[in-house]
Design a protein. Structure first.
Length: 100
């Protein structure tokens, strides 16, 4: 397995974001990077997406534009609107289940 220290992995994760991209950098699989994260007890960057998505939807509902939000969160405009639409849909499904 690649010799990546915990601090190196944290820095790489901030810069490269995904296990696959980190793996490419060291010529190892994304699964190997995943195993290293688990070994070191480092949470995936993706795990924080739900929190980010809720912030995006809340800001959008209070009047922020999708374009402004995409710049603020470093996303494409289309990805921002996808997050808004998918989060709204999943919220409606949850609230419909609660009514039953």
């Amino acid at each position: 397995m690649a010799r990546i220290t915990k601090s190196e992995l944290i820095k790489l994760q901030k810069r490269l974001k995904t296990d696959a991209k980190i793996g490419e950098e060291f010529d190892i699989t994304r699964q190997a990077v995943h195993q290293l994260r688990k070994k070191y007890g480092i949470e995936s960057v993706i795990a924080k997406n739900d929190e980010r998505n809720q912030k995006i939807v809340k800001a959008y509902e209070t009047g922020a534009s999708g374009t402004a939000l995409s710049k603020k969160f470093g996303l494409s405009v289309s990805q921002t609107y996808r997050i808004i639409n998918e989060t709204k849909k999943s919220g409606k499904k949850k609230s419909a289940k609660k009514k039953k």
